[in-house]
Ligand binder design. Structure first.
Ligand code: GAR
Length: 202
C-alpha cells in the first residue's frame, strides 16, 4: 500500500509541481499525492493539482472562525482522505501543537534557508531571502524537516547549500534556491519518508 500524501499550499505551488513531476518520473514511488489543501482560494497551486487530477480542498482560516476551527477542518480532511503523510509545500500558516501532535514524524516542511538561520516566526517566502541578503551571508540554501509545535524547529532531514552572488535580488535568489535545492530536496524527502511509512505498513 502506497503512503497516502496530502500537500498543503498557499501560493504558486512550484514545490507541489516538483512533487507531481517526481511522482510522474518515479522519483516519488512509495507515496501518492491524494489531496492538495490550500488556505487561499486563489492559490495557483490548486490549478496545478486539478490539471493533474488530484483532489483539492480550500480551508479558509477566517471563515472557519480562527485557528482552532481551521485546524479542526484540516484534521477532518486528513481523516476523510485517510492521509498518512502531510507535506507543507509553500504553506504560509503556522500549525499549533493541537494539530502537529496528531502527526508525529508525519509532517514535512520545506524552508528556503539553512535552518537554524533565517527561520521561525515571520520568516517565510521572500522575507527569508531579503533577510539573508540584508545580513550579507555568502551561502544560503534549503532545509526539509519534520514539523512539530516549534515553527521550523523539527528534526532536520535534508539540507542543501546554495551560493549567493553579488548582484542577487530577493527574487533572483529565491529562484536559485528553488531550482538548486528545494525542488530536488523535497521530492527526495517525500520518497524517503513515504518509503519508511510504507515499510511500517501504515
Ligand atoms: C518556497 O520558497 C517555500 O520554501 C517557501 O515559500 C515558497 C513557496 O513557493 N515556504 C516558506 O517560506 C514556508 N515557511 P511555491 O508556492 O512556489 O512552492
Amino acid at each position: 500500500m502506497l503512503t497516502r500524501i496530502a500537500v498543503f499550499v498557499s501560493g504558486g505551488g512550484t514545490n507541489l509541481q516538483a512533487l507531481i513531476d517526481a511522482q510522474k518520473s518515479g522519483v516519488l514511488k512509495s507515496g501518492k499525492i491524494e489531496l492538495v489543501v490550500s488556505d487561499a482560494q486563489d492559490a495557483y497551486a490548486l490549478t496545478r493539482a486539478k490539471e493533474n487530477g488530484i483532489a483539492t480542498a480550500v480551508a479558509l482560516r477566517k471563515k472557519l472562525g480562527g485557528q482552532a476551527g481551521f485546524e479542526q477542518e484540516l484534521l477532518r480532511l486528513m481523516e476523510e482522505h485517510n492521509i498518512d503523510l502531510i507535506i507543507l509545500a509553500g504553506f504560509m500558516r503556522i500549525l499549533t501543537e493541537n494539530f502537529t501532535s496528531r502527526f508525529p514524524e508525519r509532517i514535512l516542511n520545506v524552508h528556503p534557508a539553512l535552518i537554524p538561520s533565517f527561520c521561525g516566526k515571520g520568516y517565510y517566502g521572500l522575507k527569508v531571502h531579503e533577510a539573508a541578503l540584508a545580513y550579507g551571508v555568502k551561502v544560503t540554501g534549503a532545509t526539509v524537516h519534520y514539523v512539530n509545535e516549534i515553527p521550523d524547529g523539527g528534526q532536520i532531514l535534508l539540507q542543501k547549500a546554495v551560493e549567493i552572488l553579488p548582484d542577487d535580488t530577493p527574487e533572483v535568489l529565491q529562484r536559485r534556491v528553488m531550482e538548486q535545492a528545494e525542488w530536488i530536496l523535497l521530492p527526495q524527502a517525500a520518497e524517503m519518508v513515504s518509503h519508511k511509512l510504507m515499510q511500517q505498513g501504515v
